[in-house]
Design a protein around this ligand. Structure first.
Ligand SMILES: [Zn+2]
Length: 259
């Protein structure tokens, strides 16, 4: 059941070789070539024109124009409805699933995968005035993500260690959580996610060393598959001083309380 949503440029949505029927949620942009195409295709074309990557864990905010996320919700809802129908669920008479397609679409686009679609949170940077060069540990930061393979939840915690240099730009404590959330709110693979976070911190803070440790429950091993309730995955990334200096690494690992 397509949800009605007034298309921004309604007149333009009709007719263009092959693309005839799809009404409601197929939004268009002003580009003539995009007329009648689903919004996801329009966005995909912009990405491809820039030869950019759009894997599950990539951020594509630069290719999305203001107001288009609502259009994406409409499109996902429509397709999610088709999934429910293929699962032979009577969404018309089952009051519990009547609006499930839209709820799931909103959940994906606006919440759990939102880190794909919105810009990186702005970080206020402070100069390192007191020239701190001692180990800083931030955590545990709660992590909510989903695996790229099954879109099953990944629930865990992250600890970040930073050894700032005297020239490092420091960022406020809450920004570590914001950045972590931004990276994790995408379908992810834990090994790649921690590396991405470490890269980003290195770039932002330019520290002497950065360390990221993540431990998490993977619901694709608990809810499905081997159904092993106690299995966890632990990853660590050590950069710079944390890699070279085993004392620093030991200090960091000893101070984070993973119990
Ligand atoms: Zn999985």
């Amino acid at each position: 059941m397509p949800t009605k949503k007034p298309a921004a440029v309604k007149k333009l949505t009709i007719k263009k070789a092959g693309a005839t029927k799809k009404k409601a949620s197929t939004k268009t942009t002003s580009s003539k070539d995009d007329v009648g195409l689903p919004l996801s295709v329009v966005i995909r074309r912009r990405i491809e024109a820039q030869k950019a990557r759009f894997h599950a864990n990539d951020n594509i905010a630069a290719f999305i124009q203001p107001g288009e996320l609502e259009g994406l919700v409409d499109e996902v809802a429509e397709k999610m409805q088709a999934v429910l129908e293929s699962l032979v669920i009577d969404t018309e008479n089952d009051h519990n699933t009547k609006n499930t397609s839209r709820r799931v679409a909103k959940m994906y686009v606006q919440e759990v995968f939102n880190g794909r679609y919105v810009e990186q949170p702005t970080l206020t940077k402070f100069p390192n005035v007191s020239r701190l060069n001692e180990l800083m540990i931030i955590g545990p930061i709660t992590v909510r993500s989903a695996c790229s393979h099954h879109l099953c939840p990944i629930m865990g915690r992250i600890w970040i260690g930073v050894l700032p240099s005297k020239e490092s730009a420091l960022i406020g404590l809450s920004k570590y959580s914001r950045l972590t959330e931004w990276v994790m709110c995408r379908p992810q693979i834990q090994e790649e996610a921690v590396v991405e976070l470490a890269d980003m911190l290195e770039k932002k803070i330019k520290p002497i060393g950065v360390a990221v440790v993540m431990d998490a429950d993977h619901f694709c091993m608990q809810w499905r598959g081997v159904k092993d309730r106690d299995s966890k995955m632990i990853n660590s990334v050590m950069r710079g001083a944390f890699l070279k200096d085993s004392n620093l690494r030991r200090e960091f690992l000893a101070l984070i309380d993973r119990k």
